[in-house]
Ligand binder design. Structure first.
Ligand SMILES: C[S@@+](CC[C@H](N)C(=O)[O-])C[C@H]1O[C@@H](n2cnc3c(N)ncnc32)[C@H](O)[C@@H]1O
Length: 256
């Protein structure tokens, strides 16, 4: 990852190297937006609270993506540190949802519910389905949603392979999807392909950890070549995918 990161730092551009009006606007008003939104404080207070918790949760190993080795118990504090998106990225998710105002959102991998909370708060009139395979983690997320009084979230407990088709049946369209669990090539591509029929011109798909492994790099390359995909933005720790039909197919690597 270090070598990839150095290459990314050299290759990535800021707003001065971007000619697409859509991407320029997204970069300057959303990605590089430093406004401290009202919602940040509340969710970050919850994060701080969780960072002090040594409660041990039994976790099932459901897919690649854990930095914690082979043990299947984690403290809440450890989960927060190793599995949950850091503030910089969950705040970006907030701003993306705030900007595009998706109505139907899906998150694969709830964990403790920090990013779900950001997604939910960015668009209270929307609906978020979030799937988590580990029951003990999901119940902490449930408590967190209650604490923040988030009413627009449906939590689904179970493995993606089983739950994703059921959830997709309940959703008319996919306006925003965050793929953040099971970082294996085939699994990632399977989830992407399962979601694709419900994507539309204004949908936004976000993939986490696109450089996490060779498999994830291959999955990201394949996603970029999909004919339905027009614009992609590589932010190194995250990849954004757009399906805008009027936009020339182009792949951006941008500093973040
Ligand atoms: C990286 S964490 C999600 C972090 C969360 N999106 C956030 O930023 O706050 C990934 C989660 O996905 C769950 N997961 C991984 N593979 C899964 C699978 N195949 N089915 C269901 N859940 C899975 C893990 O238990 C873990 O809690």
């Amino acid at each position: 990852m270090l070598f990839d990161y150095i290459r990314y730092r050299f290759k990535s551009k800021n707003e001065h190297g971007v000619h697409s009006p859509f991407v320029y606007d997204l970069l300057t008003t959303v990605i590089y937006n430093n406004t401290e939104y009202y919602a940040y404080k509340e969710v970050e207070e919850l994060r701080l609270d969780l960072s002090r918790k040594n409660t041990v949760l039994k976790c099932v190993d459901l897919g690649a993506g854990s930095y914690l080795g082979k043990t299947n118990s984690r403290t809440i504090k450890q989960l927060l540190h190793y599995s949950v998106k850091p503030p910089k990225y969950s705040k970006l998710m907030f701003r993306l949802v705030d900007r595009f105002q998706p109505k139907e959102l899906l998150e694969l991998g709830t964990s403790l519910g920090i990013t779900s909370a950001y997604l939910s708060k960015a668009s209270p009139s929307s609906h978020l389905f979030t799937i988590e395979g580990c029951n003990e983690i999901a119940s902490v997320a449930r408590e967190n949603f209650e604490k923040l009084n988030l009413q627009n979230i449906t939590q689904v407990e179970g493995v993606f392979d089983t739950c994703l088709p059921e959830v997709l049946n309940k959703m008319k369209q996919l306006d925003f999807v965050f793929f953040d669990g099971n970082h294996r090539k085939q699994a990632t591509l399977n989830y992407f392909n399962a979601c694709l029929p419900k994507a539309h011109d204004s949908s936004v798909f976000v993939f986490d950890d696109i450089y996490w492994s060779t498999e994830m790099k291959e999955a990201w390359s394949e996603i970029k070549t999909n004919p339905k995909v027009s614009v992609t933005i590589d932010l190194f720790f995250m990849g954004l995918v757009f399906f805008r039909k009027d936009q020339t197919k182009e792949h951006f690597v941008l500093k973040f």
